[in-house]
Each structure stands twice: as C-alpha cells, then as structure tokens.
Design a protein around this ligand. Sequence first.
Ligand code: WTA
Length: 645
Amino acid sequence: MSYPYQIKNLEAYHEAYKNSIENPEKFWGEIAEHFFWRKKWDKVLEWNFKEPSIKWFQGGKLNITENCLDRHLNTMGDTPAIIWEPNNPEEQHRTITYKQLHHKVCQFAQVLINNGVKKGDRVCIYMGMIPELAIAVLACARIGAIHSVIFGGFSAQSIADRLEDAQATFIITCDGAFRGAKDIPLKAVIDDALIGNKTIHRVIVCTRTRTAVSMIEGRDVWWEDEIKKVDAQGIHFVEAAEMDAEDPLFILYTSGSTGKPKGVVHSTAGYMIYTHYTFVNVFQYQLHDIFFCTADVGWITGHSYIVYGPLSAGGTSLMFEGIPTFPDAGRFWSIIDKFKVNVLYTAPTAIRSLMGFGLGPIQGHDLSSLKILGTVGEPINEEAWHWYDEHIGHKKCPIVDTWWQTETGGIMISNMAGITPGKPGWATYPMPGVAPILVDDKGNEVTEMEEGLMRGNLCITQPWPATLRTTYGDHERCRTNYFVTYDNLYFTGDGALKNSEGQFRITGRVDDVLNVSGHRIGTAEVENAINMHSGVVESAVVGYPHDIKGQGIYAFVIYTGSHGQDTHGTSDLVRKDILQTVTRIIGAIAKPDKIQFVAGLPKTRSGKIMRRILRKIAEGEIKSIGDTSTLLDPSVVDDIVKGAI
Ligand code: WTA
C-alpha cells in the first residue's frame, strides 16, 4: 500500500487545493483510481444544493470492505489492523491482523445472512468498544446492510426512537460494557427499548461482561453460538455484496436545533474516498504507524478514524475500551507507552480533564513514540493546546486541530501535520475539495475585515465526496436543516473567523445546539426531556462556558408548586427527579449541570423565549443583558438574575 496522493509539502498543498476547487471531477477521479472497483464509475460528480442531490462516482460498483480488508491481504495480511486495549489493564490486549479481521468479518457476515439480514436492511449496533463492534460494522457493510451505531450512553427511549425512525429490523448488542469502574447493562437497555417495538426480528448478543441477561426465545441469539454454526457450515469466506457508489453505507443519528435527532446518511464510495484521503493527509499516516483515536465508534469520529479511514489505508488502528481516568489519570499515557503509539487523536475535553490531574500521571511513561497529535469535536482553548504541545508532544509533534461534523463525514478544515502550519485555537486551512465561506445573517459573503479578521457563519459552497446525502426517511428535513438557510450553500451551524492568510478559527455553534464534552446535544431535545417530568410546566435550556466540558447545560425550569417545592419533597429532590427524567429520555450525557427554578421565562409579546437573555444570565454576564423592553414582562428577568446559580 502506498499513498501517491499524500501531500508532502506546502506547495503541494496549495497546488492540490487549487486543482480540487477548479476541477473537482478530475481531482477526485484521479484519487478514486487508487481504490478497488468492481466496475468503474461513469461520472465523477453531479450535484445541486437546491434539492439537494449530490452524486459522486455514479455508475461505479464496489464494496468498502474489499477496500478496507481484501485488498490488503496479499501484501499486509499479517499486519495488525486493530490493536485492542481492554478497560482493565490487567486483562490481555488483543491484536487482530488484516487476515484475521477479514476472516472474522466474513464469519459474522455469514451470521447476519443466516439470520436473514439482507442488503439494504437497517441494523442497529449498540455495543461497547470491543473489536466485535468494528467487526459488526464491517460485516454489515460486507453484505450491504445499512448500519446504525448508537452510542452506549443513550437511553432505551433514545434507542426506541432511532429504531422506529430507521425502521431497523436487526440489533447487534452485548450483554454489557465495561467503562471505568462501571458495568453498563447494554442488553437490558435494549430489552427496554424493544417494549412495544414491532420491527425487530432478531437481537444478536455478544458476550463481554457476563452480566445476567434475559434471552427471549425466537428473538435473541448469542453471537458465539451463531459463529459456531458458521464454523460447522465450513464457511470461511463471504463474497462482498456489489454496491452502487451511491448506496447508503450507514445512518448515524445526531442532534440538531429542533426536535428529535436526525439520521444522517452517508454513501459508500464518496465517504470511503474522503475519509481515506483525509486520514492519510491530515495525520500524514505512514505504513505501520500505530494510530490511536480515542473516540467511541458510536460517534462519527470513531466511524471515520477508527474504522474506515485507517483500515482503507492498511493502517493499524488502536481501539481502547475504557476511559482516560481508569484505573488512573495516566491511562492514555500508559497505552501510548505500551504500544508505542505514533499518532494520538483526542478531544479537547479529555485534554482539559487530564490537565487537571497535573503532571504526575504522565511521569514514568515514555511518550517518545508520538509523532503527531490531533484534536476534534470542539474549539480548543490555548491553555489546553499549549499543555498538549509541551507535556504530551514535547514540542516536537505537530498538533492538527480538525474541524468537521457528523454531516461532513470527514475532516473539513485542519492543518496537515508538519505540512501546513498550525496555530493554537485555529483549525486553519480547508482540505482539498472543501470551499468554505463566511456569510452574514442575510447570506451575503463577508469580505470586510475588522481588526484583521472576518467574522461570519460558516458555509460550504460546493460538495465534497463525504457530504451527507439525506436524513433518513425525510429528505425535506435534510434540505431545510442544511441547504435552505442560505441559498445554494451548505450551512454548518458554526460561526467562524478568517484571517488574511485564509486560516479559519471556529468559534462555536450559532444555532441552538450545545457541545458538551464534544457531544452534540440540542437544547430543544433537553427541554423536551425535562418537560416530560410531571411537575414541569415549561423549561428553557442554554449553554454556558464550563472549564472541562467546554459547555455546560443550564436549565431554567418552571415547576408547579412554589419554586420547586411540592409533595415529593424539597427542591433538591425535584432536581434529582428531573435529572433522572433526562437520563431516562436521552441518556446521562444530556443531564443539566445546573437547574434553576423560576416563576416565569423572558418572552417576547409573541411568546418566543429570549434565549439571548438566559444565555447572558447563565454566563454570569448580567451587566450585558441588554434591552429587555420588548419583553412581555421585563420583571421576570430581575427575578431570574436574583436566583441565578
Ligand atoms: C464542533 C464531530 C471547533 C462544531 C467531528 C461542529 C469543532 C460540531 C471542531 C460537530 C474543532 C468539531 N474546532 N469546533 N476542531 N470539531 N467541532 O457532529 O461545533 O459530533 O459543528 O462531529 O462540533 O460535532 P459532531
């Protein structure tokens, strides 16, 4: 495996960038030649952002697993594809070579076939971070089933909503998952999610924690038993399904500013080529480098940079089951030392939380194998950037600050390690193929600089291969969410700055989406969950700056009974009841950090909640609340300010 399209210096970046924007068809067509196709494409790109309709490599036939597995077997069969480090450091790690992974994926693909899974079926995957998760994902792709991975922290209700939306017919799960000192009962959560469900035929359960589970006759089967059946059939190879370039590869649910999470749909060929290209270029991946992405496969980062990007490149992907602080805050550093990790890709929130433990946990761990560091998921503050640079990279590792989204499939704006310059807090330059612009609220391009910077809403003017294609089952929702705000532009929902060198700095969401510890959560979603609590009349949720999480969740709640007192007990207990409700409806990740009981919310005469005012109160910026005269009842603001936490 070699990467002839790997950019090696700054001039090459500029040249690639220019070519990619001037002639995207030629640019991506040449890169696509390096993959394995059953049949070559007829047309590289056809698109409009009106519908939207975005088609890359139409007429092409392929299977992504042949590109991630089969094509490496002859030359790299014995190279580790996945190295897996368990939650408990005392437990043996596992190394799975390309040959072994290929075998396991074929075996499990046969399990899926034996259980009746067909091309196009939606398969929900709810598992912990064990190699079988990657195997399940790839086995779906092998037979053309559409996987929809749900992060292990989501509640039964969230799963039920997603199963319904995707009309999923199969589930792959585990008895439980280990995360730090906890043991999460995944199968029990699935059982709750399935109460009343009518679409699921089969649940395949992989053994991990040996937690007791209920196995329902006719519906639930054990992963291990099913593998034995495949062995008894003597099947070692499963032919990959021939997929159209534009066939959906997966659905991944993500939060937006309104209502329930949307099922972002990614296609096969475009997604594969784009995640591969960005993996190889941003991280300057060299064969046999050990690449450690600390994300969970339940999020897009895990899909693109634990599974598909690294494997399509014949890379070695390190997968870690646990959390950075278990058994102690030196866990990442001990893993880096143990496996001689070359590239570490993590989230600012993890860096900030580890910074809080001081330098002690780093001592005694040799980090000299590291060549490149990366961050993703939220803006990185300069203090965390410098700590990462100094204490982890020892000032010799470029740090790539990668900005992208579930909807973009792969990295969109980032420096390329050691090739294009980095800058603390700045994502810097767009990837080849990515054409970002800043627009004002009316959609006019911002061209004026103020104090050397342009400021605006970040949009993209033309498609890149991993653009989302639709939101599952509701194309109109995709159009209105991303392509209607500004004519003929993809709107990211983020605000950004641009300097005279053409570098971008992402300032954060400009819509009602929060970013809590790098997790996307819609304020409307949290409000809906809080409002489910029987005593709640109304609520409003905003974000506020949080030292470790980036953003915290602040909820203003109108509760029956005076200020959170009712028969159930004190306001403290009511708070706990509300947290419990949110955990049930969404999951613990969406629990508000602060709940303030209020008598009223600041509303305009037309009944709209003025979140701007609540945000200021949550941020403690009481002096800059601004004009409240347009409110129906300006006095509520004084009351809220008095009770602010
Ligand atoms: C934010 C994660 C600043 C941004 C891959 C975006 C970032 C949202 C960065 C997407 C970054 C992601 N700097 N902000 N490097 N990376 N974001 O869909 O607000 O979970 O819109 O995808 O995270 O979150 P998502």
